[in-house]
Structures are given as C-alpha cells and as structure tokens.
Design a protein around this ligand. Structure first.
Ligand code: NDP
Length: 328
C-alpha cells in the first residue's frame, strides 16, 4: 500500500468534514498522467470548497484544490513523459476529479499545460488560477479593442487575487488602472501594483442606474452583482467589461441600457473549461507580460497543514494578494 498526504473533503451526518489525512494511491481516479505535485495555491473557489459555503465539491470523498504545478512521474499520454514540468488549472479538479492538495495527482494529459520557460512551479502557483483568469480577462478586453489609448480600465475586488494580478498586468501593458476596493487601507499596496487611482467599493454598491456618468473604457470585474451593474452603467461608449467573479454575489441587477445605448460589451470569462489553445496563450503571456517581482511581493506561502484555516480567511475577504501552498 502506498499512501500520501492529502486534504480530503468528505460527507458525514453532521455535514461536510475536511481533514489532512493519508490517501491511498490506489484510490486515485483514472487518468493517463501521474504528477508529483509541488505547489498549489488558494483560490476563492478553494475557500468555497473547504468551508462548504457553496456546493463546489460534487464527488465524495474529494481531494480539494483546483490547480497545481508539478513534475510528471509517469505518463501514457503522447504529449507527456516523466520529468516534464506541468501546470493544471480547473477542468473540475477539486470538484469532480480528485484535486491538487495532495502529494500526487492522476489526471488527463489533455488538461495539462507545459510550465513556460523561466517560470518555476512556485511562480506558476503564485500566479495560480486567479492570475491565469486575470490574464484571460485582459486578453478578452484586448480582443474587444480596449487598448490603453481608449481610456482607463477599472478593476473590482482589487486587493484580491484576480484583482491584484489584473492590476499588475494592465499597468505593465500601459493601461491607466482604476482599482475599486473595500479595503482603502490597501491603497499603497494597490498603487505599488500599478493602480493610478483608488476608489472605494461603496462607490459601486449603490442602486445601479441604467446609465451613469461615463468613467472608464473597460473593466475587469471579480465581484459581480450590484458592483458589476454599476461598472457597466459607468462604462464609456463602445467599452467592454470582462466578468469573471462573484465575490459580491451571483446576481446582476442591470438593464440593457449600457448595451443598446452605449454599445458596451459584457464578456464572460471561464477558466475551468477554457480551451487548451487559449490557456497556452494565457500562460505564454503571463511569462512575458507580468512583473514577477510584483507577484513575489504579494505572495505568502503556507503548507498543507495550514490550508483549511486559510480557506475560511479567503471567504471572509481577509486575504490580500496570493497564497501559494507548498505541497512537499
Ligand atoms: P479573493 O478572495 O482573493 O478576492 C476577491 C475580492 O473581492 C476581495 O479581496 C475583495 O476585494 C472583493 N470582495 C470580497 N467580498 C466582497 C463583497 N461582498 N462585495 C464586494 N467586493 C467583495 O478571490 P479571487 O481573486 O481568487 O477570486 C475573485 C472572484 O473570481 C471569485 O468570485 C472567484 O470565484 C472568481 N474566479 C472565477 C474564475 C473563473 O473561471 N471565472 C477563476 C478564478 C476566480 P477588496 O478587498 O479589494 O474589495
């Protein structure tokens, strides 16, 4: 019998139980690549899974953790061989397929992206699914024609993982970034990432008007709900907003006015089932368009034993920037 350490979510009569325990390798699910996991990270969705606040986990027992970086141990997939350095984001990891908070993972080779040259496994997880989603969001507004000369871009949930990386990316690409945060005490942190202007979250939480004064050409929204509705109503003619999160709620109390009167586009971002070519492009861009010094400065590190408590903190909105999880 070969066992390894894992954070396992299970069901009990009293509700969900999460613990750091030994997991038997023979109980790993089917897959054609086995990976020695080196680093994972803590994303908002991991917090939802660990606390049971939302039904993220759809198979029990489940190893939590939606993303990892590591080294291929064995493979029958033509693209991968032992020793290859890989990244995995999403594809149901930690939801329907045994996940990342474990020494080992067995997955489909089609889900893996090669670790870009010059990025370590730890760097990749400091970026994590939050950073990769921020990159997908930046690429989406670029495709919609939002270049720096069009005007500023607002980032909501600014001090969180997606928000922090989005600010660093946009600033490096030459955009003027407006950071919306509920933690004005983090203003220096956000300016250090490259934000030109800090606004308080409450400016975007009032009852949304169909159209409000035009303030920005684009947006990256990690919050949803009233915040996204206000961002849309304040977006300039022909602008575009990428919606990637729901930290403020799942609803969207908006009207069609920004779309039909100002030609504003609302672009949905999904990192989980995102097609491979777009993922590869996002990771290529993260290797070149991100100031990794800024990422290092916003990243803290924990071990597997600290993950459960950290999950509660991210849901309470107490985590700034990114947390990497050192697995071994
Ligand atoms: P974090 O918890 O790190 O950041 C979320 C931020 O949102 C917080 O730091 C806070 O920013 C703000 N926030 C939290 N609660 C509220 C609230 N009630 N009202 C308004 N703002 C709030 O999470 P991540 O950055 O990792 O993820 C952000 C969102 O993106 C999550 O909803 C997550 O599920 C989603 N996501 C979606 C993905 C996809 O594929 N579409 C992939 C990855 C993440 P501040 O303190 O600055 O106000």
């Amino acid at each position: 019998m070969s066992t390894f350490k894992a954070i396992v979510v299970d069901k009990a009569d009293s509700g969900q139980v999460v613990r750091l325990t030994d997991f038997d390798e023979k109980d790993l699910m089917d897959g054609n690549v086995t990976v020695a996991v080196e680093y994972s990270t803590l994303n908002y969705k991991d917090g939802l899974a660990l606390t049971g606040k939302s039904p993220v986990v759809r198979r029990f027992p489940m190893i939590a953790g939606i993303d990892f970086a590591g080294t291929v141990e064995s493979s029958t997939h033509p693209a991968w061989k032992a020793g290859d350095k890989v990244i995995l984001n999403g594809w149901g990891l930690g939801e329907t397929h045994l996940g990342a908070y474990a020494h080992k993972a067995r997955v489909k080779g089609d889900w893996l992206v090669r670790l870009p040259a010059g990025i370590s496994a730890r760097d990749a997880m400091a970026i994590g699914t939050a950073g990769y989603t921020a990159m997908l969001s930046v690429m989406a507004i670029e495709r919609a024609g939002i270049v720096p000369a069009r005007g500023s871009v607002v980032v909501t949930g600014a001090a969180g993982g997606v928000g922090s990386v989005a600010i660093a990316l946009l600033a490096k690409l030459g955009y003027t970034v407006v950071a919306a945060t509920g933690r004005p005490a983090e203003a220096d942190y956000l300016k250090g990432l490259g934000a030109a202007e800090i606004i308080e979250r409450k400016e975007l939480t009032g009852t949304p008007r169909p159209l409000a004064k035009e303030r920005w050409a684009g947006g990256i929204d990690a919050v949803g709900s009233t915040t996204l509705a206000n961002v849309l109503s304040m977006t300039r003619y022909g602008g575009a907003v990428a919606a990637c999160g729901l930290a403020g709620g799942m609803d969207l109390p908006t009207s069609v006015a920004p779309f039909i009167l100002r030609g504003v586009s609302l672009i949905g971002i999904d990192s989980v089932m995102c097609p491979l070519p777009l993922r590869q492009e996002a990771w290529r861009r993260l290797a070149t368009d991100l100031d990794r010094g800024k990422i290092a400065a916003m990243t803290s590190e924990i071990g597997l034993a600290d993950v459960i408590a950290a999950g509660a903190r991210i849901i309470a909105g107490e985590v700034r920037g990114r947390i990497v999880v050192k697995i071994r």
